[in-house]
Design a binder for this molecule. Structure first.
Ligand SMILES: Cc1cc2nc3c(=O)[nH]c(=O)nc-3n(C[C@H](O)[C@H](O)[C@H](O)COP(=O)(O)O)c2cc1C
Length: 232
């Protein structure tokens, strides 16, 4: 069999196929199943301060009589308790020492908050940390995610705080919702991050059906037209 072993940013894995930080990496059970299926690595669903996610986690684009022409991510970071995630991360890493377990993190823009989350992640035995500077909604309004990734100076400052505390490789994940993605990338490199991850969610517009309060964007022109047709 071909040898697909890779080393990325100093992190070894048996193959280069890693799950991105998203719903499939939200729990230990899911990452266990992914590794059983052969994935070489997984970036855990972003952890940080507790949030409340809405259900549905996607906004659907209906058009004319076609349902779900496209779907858009409207999920925030993990809504499970931090301690639960940290415990499951260490269990997964213990069970799968040869796989790459990376933990995505996002906390408020204070050095002590970043130092604290870095220490907690390292205590799990994880192989690396990914800085989520790309979440485009919900978190960016709170000054995190894309609110950081869109300002190179913030990327550099926060990455420096992280690098002060980190002993394992750090990957900075970029937002595509900028004019020139090279500028935040260079800022991260200047701060000493070990790798870059492209890309987080591309912004799009989602609407809300005011009758059902469901995410049902209308791209057909007249009020509610596409959403109504989509439901027939
Ligand atoms: C429902 C959903 C939730 C996501 N949650 C996270 C997250 O918690 N952290 C993160 O860094 N990226 C998150 N992402 C972004 C993905 O990791 C990925 O960067 C993005 O979907 C672009 O890759 P793709 O074109 O392969 O989907 C999420 C994406 C989706 C669709």
């Amino acid at each position: 069999m071909a040898d697909l072993r890779t080393t990325f940013a100093g992190i070894q894995s048996p193959n280069p196929f890693w799950l991105a930080s998203a719903p499939p990496t939200n729990s230990g059970a899911q990452v266990h199943r992914a590794f059983e299926a052969g994935w070489g690595g997984a970036v855990w669903k972003t952890i940080g301060a507790p949030v409340l996610n809405v259900s549905n986690r996607y906004g659907a684009w209906h058009y004319g009589s076609q349902r779900m022409l496209a779907i858009n991510n409207v999920e925030l970071i993990s809504d499970r308790p931090l301690e639960t995630n940290l415990r499951e991360i260490s269990e997964v890493k213990r069970a799968w020492p040869d796989r790459a377990v990376i933990v995505s993190a996002m906390v408020e823009s204070k050095p002590e908050a970043w130092h604290d989350i870095v220490r907690k992640i390292e205590d799990t035995g994880a192989d690396g940390i990914e800085l989520n500077y790309g979440c485009p909604h919900g978190m960016s309004e709170r000054g995190m995610g894309a609110a950081v990734g869109q300002v190179p100076e913030y990327c550099e400052q926060i990455s420096r705080w992280v690098m002060q505390a980190a002993h394992i490789p750090v990957i900075m994940k970029l937002t595509p919702n900028v004019t020139n993605v090279a500028l935040p990338a260079r800022a991260g490199v200047a701060a000493g991050v070990n790798g870059l991850s492209l890309i987080n969610t591309v912004n799009s517009i989602v609407g809300v059906d005011l009758n059902s309060l469901e995410l049902t964007p209308n791209i057909a022109g007249k009020g509610g037209h596409a959403a109504t047709l989509g439901r027939q």
